[in-house]
Design a protein around this ligand. Sequence first.
Ligand SMILES: NC(=O)c1ccc[n+]([C@@H]2O[C@H](COP(=O)([O-])OP(=O)(O)OC[C@H]3O[C@@H](n4cnc5c(N)ncnc54)[C@H](OP(=O)(O)O)[C@@H]3O)[C@@H](O)[C@H]2O)c1
Length: 361
Amino acid sequence: MTSAIVQQTRGVKRIEFAPGTPETVYERADWPREKLLEFFKNDTFAVIGYGSQGYGQGLNLRDNGLNVIVGVRKDGASWKAAIEDGWVPGKTLFDVNEAIEKGTYVMNLLSDAAQSETWPAIKPLLTKEKTLYFSHGFSPVFKDLTHVDIPKDIDVILVAPKGSGRTVRSLFKEGRGINSSFAVIQDVSGKAEEKAVALGVAIGSGYLYQTTAEREVYSDLYGERGCLMGALQGMFLAQYEILRENGHSPSEAFNETVEEATQSLYPLVGANGMDYMYAACSTTARRGAIDWSSRFKDTLKPVFADLYDSVKTGKETKRSLEYNSQPNYRELYEKELEEINNQEIWQVGKEVRKLRPENQD
Ligand SMILES: NC(=O)c1ccc[n+]([C@@H]2O[C@H](COP(=O)([O-])OP(=O)(O)OC[C@H]3O[C@@H](n4cnc5c(N)ncnc54)[C@H](OP(=O)(O)O)[C@@H]3O)[C@@H](O)[C@H]2O)c1
């Protein structure tokens, strides 16, 4: 099965990634730099927060020749990082409130917990002519928990890059674009979709997939707790522990669980799909993998269903807000990540990595 482009007019493609479900995708070719400069000629982008996304999106906007300022709390880690990247206090670097006042686009790139904490101070500054922008649907979608109740008289848009801000930046510097999803959360001017697509391109997106804020946040929270991160650690650990309990050496258990996966097989899946990876392996491996895959799917599907419910009901958001709002959240994470680092599997990993072909003399 291949995707079919069912319609292409300038600025938009309708693509059937799966038959019967046409989706809207925009591409950066339709927004060359001159068109962006013209469209945004009277605008100032206030990038609020200078973490991973503030850094990547802010610098890309600046390099695209647009009028950008950064707003962060004075003398925090981000303030210093912004100065190092050439943002100048009083000219292009301000505290959060001052930057919001100066911006026509307010790009809320604070951490999700901080967006909720700072909302009572930010909301009154969002006057009628401004456009509010998010890179995650978290704050507006779960407004009962985050209390981010957006004013009714402004456009609100979302562009969510499918990767870290570091990648947003590095792909831009290579002349390529990251893929992002985008959504219109509130369209007061009648131009919110155009603004979202143009700004999506300006921050460094290559293709922009249309979604809603709800679908963006549900799929994102679900995916990172599932295959992208949570399930990955759980699956690796379960397989490793059974090998160790059956007398296999640490290196053998690690090689058969993580090393071969990340170094050989998963990249083949990424490049050419699951069937290609299966075909590249022995018939012995193939027979067993096809047989066991349905057992894993049937066993795991109820867990994924529980996870989706936990996301949709807001349970995951509540947990995240409560945990990440603690004043000592950084130290608490450090402790938990240190515990993961100390697990035998990841200690073994450090040693195995040293023996990789590229690390041999
Ligand atoms: N990271 C990703 O891969 C990614 C991908 C797509 C979308 N997003 C979304 O993009 C948005 C930004 O994420 P991020 O990862 O870039 O955030 P982050 O790295 O966690 O950014 C933290 C920023 O928030 C500021 N901050 C934290 N607590 C604050 C407070 N109480 N008051 C004022 N400022 C505070 C920090 O400033 P200080 O240095 O002063 O603490 C820093 O500038 C989020 O909505 C996120 O979901 C992230």
